[in-house]
Ligand binder design. Structure first.
Ligand SMILES: CC(C)(COP(=O)(O)OP(=O)(O)OC[C@H]1O[C@@H](n2cnc3c(N)ncnc32)[C@H](O)[C@@H]1OP(=O)(O)O)[C@@H](O)C(=O)NCCC(=O)NCCS
Length: 195
């Protein structure tokens, strides 16, 4: 199975919301640390819409299907909280690992000083992935651990790879806007009343 990771923005927020709402109860609990309701997910989505610059999204796809999401949210102290979730039937196939790799590459390139993640004590998989990606985990004493990383700078190869990735994202966005621009002018040139 080939999995692609794509950085995205709030254009895809509806898909992200649907993904979160489709998570089974145990995954919702380990993702959020409590039994989040659909209503609370809607509140989260609304907050993201009000503050789009403080949220970054990534999705993992296999063909046309989006099967996992990464979300980074900026705090007032400049640190970013990182969270990932993978559709239940696609877990343990390396997708969470790939999402975290992409998210940290973005954080390095954008000189984010620190990222952290909340993990419940029972969630050994995310703790394993945190350690694998150099996040230091620390018990909070309330059934949760915090995994944090002071983000190192990208080296020249990492910076170059990220630069081209984001260059391509911007080119795709340009192509979308150019299409819209052409449609605008073709409508203006040919008003229906003159056809
Ligand atoms: C946590 C989650 C995102 C992981 O995604 P995933 O795609 O299943 O994870 P991956 O397949 O990429 O990686 C799993 C890793 O855990 C390891 N692992 C599996 N079972 C394990 C266990 N019981 N204890 C420790 N490590 C374990 C695997 O060997 C693999 O490690 P490797 O990459 O070194 O081989 C996914 O399980 C999920 O969506 N859970 C619900 C939401 C959640 O808990 N999010 C995290 C809080 S933000």
């Amino acid at each position: 199975m080939t999995v692609y990771i794509q950085h995205t923005n709030i254009y895809r927020i509806n898909d992200y919301s649907n993904h979160l709402k489709a998570l089974p109860d145990e995954d919702r609990y380990s993702r959020f640390g409590y039994r989040i309701s659909d209503y609370n997910i809607d509140q989260l989505i609304l907050t993201m819409c009000y503050h789009p610059k403080d949220h970054e999204l990534w999705y993992a796809s296999t063909g046309d299907k989006r099967v996992g999401w990464g979300h980074m949210a900026k705090n007032t102290d400049g640190s970013w909280e990182l969270a990932v979730s993978v559709d239940h039937e696609y877990q343990r196939q390396g997708i969470g690992d790939k999402l975290i790799t992409e998210m940290l590459a973005w954080a390095k390139f954008h000189t984010i000083p620190e990222v952290y993640m909340h993990c419940i004590e029972d969630n050994k998989v995310i703790q394993h992935l945190a350690v694998k990606h150099d996040l230091k985990t620390k018990s909070r004493g309330d059934g949760e651990r915090t995994a944090a990383l002071e983000v190192p700078e990208s080296n020249v190869f990492e910076a170059n790879a990220q630069l081209w990735k984001e260059h391509n994202e911007i080119m795709t966005e340009f192509a979308r806007l150019r299409k819209r621009y052409k449609e605008l002018w073709s409508n203006a040139m040919l008003p229906k009343s003159l056809l």
